[in-house]
Design a protein around this ligand. Structure first.
Ligand code: NAD
Length: 268
């Protein structure tokens, strides 16, 4: 049976760890050739390990260094990918980070750094991807001319004290995603977001590393388990595949119910 993403080329940003690595592996299992992006030389080894795992599993992948907050880097990553593989069909706009601080102590550098990667990085990559989708129109591998999946967060809707830069970046991702989905739907381009809840990755290690931290975290999750990167990877495959062909401009919350106001569970 033909795999759902057979013959398609995917770029996954921030893919040397966590959710990006998980999405890369699931997309490769579904048949995509994956560009495993990493930002700096120190993360190359981790990205290459992701590639090795994909290849050992019978998939196709390469690693590629690019800082998504830098315009020239992003242009080069897309140009090289198109040069090597012919085109790009799927972008998973995943790279993201936190620099937390109480609001009155937050420096402009902390604000700009988080917005630069989490929001401007998604803008730069989406723009290059869409230019390529428009250049070649539709290919026989998919109903769509191209698909973009933006990695947002439950914090696109849940305010988060002490993380104003992060929450603002994810709120920004939500309206950028919806706006460009509206702009390019007539061109058969589908753009959606995934909003993860708490997924066990390096970004939130402190939230689940001890029993007491874990118990506190689980109070926020009606399903009473921390998510795994595979939970997000499988959602990404669905959003990238023709199974979701009529889904456009929406956020898929993959959060074990975190957005269901768990404080009201026994307090109605
Ligand atoms: P992570 O720290 O493992 O992954 C983030 C990745 O982004 C890293 O591999 C890092 O090297 C990369 N990165 C950072 N700056 C970059 C840059 N300038 N250019 C390219 N890559 C860069 O954490 P994660 O949890 O896997 O986070 C992935 C995405 O998921 C982020 O956008 C994050 O906001 C989002 N998210 C995570 C959770 C969670 O619970 N883990 C929840 C909601 C949203």
């Amino acid at each position: 049976m033909k795999r759902k993403l057979e013959g398609q080329i995917a770029i996954v940003t921030g893919a040397s760890s966590g959710i990006g690595a998980g999405c890369s592996k699931e997309l490769a299992k579904a048949g995509a050739t994956v560009v495993v992006n990493y930002p700096i030389a120190q993360t190359r080894e981790m990205a290459e390990k992701v590639v090795e795992e994909i290849v050992a599993d019978g998939g196709r992948a390469i690693s590629y260094q690019c800082d998504v907050s830098k315009e020239e880097d992003v242009k080069r990553m897309f140009a090289d990918t198109i040069g090597q593989f012919g085109t790009v069909d799927i972008l998973v706009n995943n790279a993201g980070l936190q620099k937390d601080a109480p609001f009155t102590e937050m420096t402009l550098d902390q604000w700009n750094f988080v917005l630069g990667v989490n929001l401007t990085g998604q803008f730069l990559c989406a723009r290059e991807a869409i230019k390529e989708f428009l250049r070649r129109i539709r290919r026989e591998v998919s109903c769509a001319a191209g698909k973009i999946i933006c990695m947002s967060s439950v914090h696109e809707v849940i305010p988060w004290a002490g993380h104003a830069n992060y929450a603002a970046s994810k709120g920004g991702v939500m309206l950028m995603m919806k706006t460009i989905a509206q702009e390019f739907a007539p061109k058969m381009i589908r753009i959606n977001s995934i909003a993860p809840g708490a997924i066990a990755t390096p970004i939130n290690h402190d939230a689940w590393d001890t029993q007491s931290h874990l118990q506190e975290l689980l109070k926020l999750i009606p399903q009473k388990r921390v998510g795994q990167v595979e939970d997000i990877g499988k959602a990404a495959v669905w959003l990238a595949s023709d199974d979701s062909d009529y889904v456009n401009g929406t956020t898929l919350f993959v959060d074990g119910g975190m957005t269901l106001y768990p404080g009201f569970e026994d307090n109605g």
